[in-house]
Design a protein around this ligand. Structure first.
Ligand SMILES: Nc1nc2c(ncn2[C@@H]2O[C@H](COP(=O)(O)OP(=O)(O)O)[C@@H](O)[C@H]2O)c(=O)[nH]1
Ligand SMILES: [Mg+2]
Length: 196
């Protein structure tokens, strides 16, 4: 059963003024388009189709707010890294995300979804920089771990751990096999338990 039976979508924002009231606690989830962000959210929240999965890159272009429980939110950030969009749109998202990280007092942690076969890209490094600027803890899910052999996955994990050092914790994850599901949910819960 889902740990979040009351979980529900609240609203999407394309501008800072559309963000929901900055009370309680929230955890942001970021990942390049097609990294597997929606799939990971569905597994962690244990609700099929909770965050829509899509084969179309760049579909999720808004800041999506979900209630997990009363006063606890999950925020699905746009993954513009892979999307074929104009420079103007890209700049808009950059500003929106930078604003989001700077203004949200309720923001307690960042979950980063990274395709294990692609390693960290500019988008991921930018998200980490935004989080670090405001002293936010970062946890990285190397997802689609099922696509690699065990040894390859372990190597990829070591590589990312070496790159990020103390700046983030890193784990293997798969929405297909549910590898790392419990560890991912524990990190989400840990972030959510941070005092408002
Ligand atoms: N094999 C495998 N495929 C996955 C996994 N997670 C996502 N996918 C696939 O990758 C594609 C993109 O996933 P999606 O969750 O929509 O990515 P998003 O754009 O980051 O939200 C879809 O075809 C998913 O079925 C995983 O852990 N393993
Ligand atoms: Mg998605």
């Amino acid at each position: 059963m889902s740990q979040y039976p009351e979980a529900r979508f609240i609203t999407s924002a394309n501008a800072t003024r559309q963000f929901v009231a900055d009370t309680g606690v929230e955890v942001a989830v970021a990942g390049r388009s097609n990294a597997g962000k929606s799939s990971a959210i569905n597994i962690i929240v244990n609700r099929r189709q909770f965050a829509r999965t899509s084969k179309t890159p760049g579909r999720t272009q808004l800041v999506n707010f979900f209630d997990l429980r009363d006063g606890q939110r999950l925020v699905d950030l746009p993954g513009y890294g892979f999307a074929r969009v104009s420079d103007a749109q890209r700049a808009h998202w950059g500003e929106l995300l930078s604003d989001y990280f700077r203004v949200r007092k309720s923001l307690k942690g960042l979950l980063m979804i990274v395709d294990i076969r692609r390693q960290l890209k500019d988008y991921d490094r930018q998200m980490m920089a935004f989080a670090e600027e405001v002293g936010l803890p970062i946890h990285i899910l190397l997802t689609k771990a099922d696509k690699l052999k065990k040894g390859q996955a372990a190597n990829a994990l070591l590589q990312v751990r070496t790159e990020v050092g103390e700046r983030a914790t890193v784990q293997l994850f798969s929405a297909l096999t549910h590898q790392g599901e419990d560890a991912a949910r524990e990190m989400l819960e840990k972030f959510l338990l941070t005092r408002p």
